[in-house]
Design a protein around this ligand. Structure first.
Ligand code: NAI
Ligand code: 13P
Length: 340
């Protein structure tokens, strides 16, 4: 069933475009808001977004728009696919228009200083809005190319979850619901850091054992941190936890992995980010995460190691040596106490 209102997607990058297309393919009228009028005009004329999703045809049901206030006024359901560095700054000025709307963040980042996740920023800006997140193993290009994909909508608001499921479910995209918004969102933000490490390991020609060790120890670290913040560890066994961790740590299509790969090839962080030319959220997340882990006294050796390489002048070999020679630890170090 299609919505009586258009659905808004904010953000003209690769994920915003992929989500807008999915919605339109399901018969929804989509107002795809982007800040750049030239980009909007180019999409209208060519039905492509060549900078971010070259070669993908954009459905006629996607209407590129640049008037943010008019877009918010026209829509009830709004997907936010802006970089974490831009979300507050873009939406604060129109906060009044968000009241009562269903706002779904797809942004996988953490705000510096406040350590707020993006849906918490939305809540902060618009306390009267209904808030959710969409997160999972969802590489934008694969979504746009109709690879069979699953995602998670998470919110305390069941009606919102059902609305998002109805709007996005299709032949190639399946949406699972969760009530654990915090856990789902935290998983999406944390895994970007480990994807950078996985990319570095790949560039150094490390083997499959190494990849598996990294992903598994990353999951242990993420979960330990999340539990300290009061999240449900079981959420990390789902699509938005281990699912997203696997895809981003395994795929050269991930921008965070690409940044890591470039670092492993010997590029500086600045050059690696410049070569990418797109958002790699893990670069900002590593800074805030390292500080928070220290503050909370959570043992996160992979995070500490990456931070040491990027910002403390350590070499990769020094960090690998320290990690492999660290004191002996147990394998699974948290025991869920519910659900069995
Ligand atoms: N690309 C992917 O595969 C996926 C991305 N995400 C998340 O989606 C979020 C957005 O990422 P992408 O679409 O991939 O980024 P992108 O790098 O493809 O594009 C970023 C877009 O944001 C726009 N932008 C930047 N600053 C802005 C501002 N101040 N106001 C308005 N627009 C602004 C840029 O013009 C560009 O259109 C990120 O947090 C990312 O983690 C989530 C799932 C998959
Ligand atoms: O979140 C993503 C896949 O789920 C996309 O990862 P990157 O931002 O690293 O491309």
């Amino acid at each position: 069933m299609t919505d009586q209102h258009p659905i808004a997607v904010l953000g003209g990058g690769s994920f915003g475009t992929a989500i807008a297309n999915l919605l339109a393919e399901n018969g929804q009228h989509v107002l795809h808001w982007m800040r750049d009028p030239e980009q909007a005009q180019a999409i209208r004329l060519t039905r492509e977004n060549p900078r971010y999703l070259k070669g993908i045809k954009i459905h006629l049901g996607v209407e590129p728009v640049t008037d943010l206030a008019a877009t918010l006024n026209a829509c009830q359901l709004i997907f936010v696919a802006l970089p974490s560095s831009a979300l507050r700054q873009a939406l604060q000025p129109v906060a009044e228009l968000l009241s009562g709307k269903q706002l779904v963040s797809t942004t996988k980042g953490i705000e510096a200083q406040s350590f707020l996740l993006m849906s918490q920023i939305l809540e902060d800006i618009a306390p009267q809005a209904r808030i959710g997140v969409l997160s999972g193993p969802n590489l934008a290009r694969e979504v746009a190319e109709h690879a069979l994909t699953a995602s998670v909508v998470a919110s305390e608001d069941e009606e919102l979850c059902q609305h998002v499921q109805a709007a996005l479910h299709g032949r190639t995209f399946r949406v699972y619901a969760s009530a654990d918004r915090f856990g789902v969102e935290l998983g999406g933000a944390l895994k970007n850091v480990y994807a950078i490490i996985a990319g570095m390991a790949a560039a150094m020609g490390m083997g499959e054992n190494t990849k598996s060790m990294l992903i598994t120890r990353a999951l242990a670290e993420m979960t330990r941190f999340a539990v300290k913040l009061g999240a449900n560890p079981m959420t990390f066994l789902g699509l938005a936890g281990v699912g997203d961790l696997i895809v981003t740590c395994s795929s050269a299509k991930s921008r965070n992995y690409q940044v890591g790969f470039a670092l492993g090839e010997g590029l500086s962080l600045e050059d690696a980010v410049a070569r990418l030319g797109e958002v790699a959220e893990g670069v900002n997340t590593i800074k805030v995460l390292k500080a928070k882990a220290e503050e909370l006294q959570v043992y996160m050796p992979l995070v500490a190691g990456l931070h040491a390489i990027l910002f403390e002048g350590r070499t990769l070999n020094q960090v690998i040596g320290a990690l492999m020679n660290a004191e002996p630890k147990t394998d699974v170090d948290f025991i869920p106490t519910t659900g069995f």
